[in-house]
Ligand binder design. Structure first.
Ligand code: 7BC
Ligand code: NI
Length: 124
């Protein structure tokens, strides 16, 4: 099965948020809770200036594709500045966080090797 989507095609989907991650909002693009897909899932997130996707880990590995802005990536205690165009590989159970210390909104896609985001258990 093959399909094409883009952010405009999910304009009606509400942004998800949680008090755990101040200034972070996200949508689901390829995700078995929304699409007839399996094996991989992809979401899109925005972190406003000052926002923080706090330190966490999960059993699936993860990839980030940064499309706008800058941020500080916490690589299990080692910090690295990231920017538009960067891609990030996060191994399974590796602690990571992403904070926007910049002036513009940080935008990125994340990919999990799972059917759906809702089955990823976040641990802290
Ligand atoms: O962006 C979100 C929001 C919960 O999650 C994906 C990023 C991550 O590192 O798990
Ligand atoms: Ni993560």
């Amino acid at each position: 099965m093959i399909f094409v989507k883009n952010l405009e095609s999910i304009a009606e989907q509400k942004w998800s948020t949680t008090d755990k991650y101040p200034g972070v909002r996200w949508k689901f693009l390829i995700d078995a809770d929304f699409t007839k897909s399996s094996g991989l899932s992809l979401g899109f997130a925005e972190i406003e200036p000052g926002g923080d996707l706090i330190l966490h880990y999960h059993s699936p590995a993860e990839i980030y594709v940064i499309t706008e802005g800058t941020g500080t990536l916490n690589k299990s205690g080692e910090f690295q500045e990231i920017k538009k165009g960067d891609v990030v590989y996060i191994a399974k159970n590796a602690k990571h966080a992403l904070k926007n210390n910049g002036k513009e909104t940080l935008k990125f896609y994340w990919i999990f090797p799972k059917d759906r985001f809702s089955e990823v258990e976040y641990l802290y």
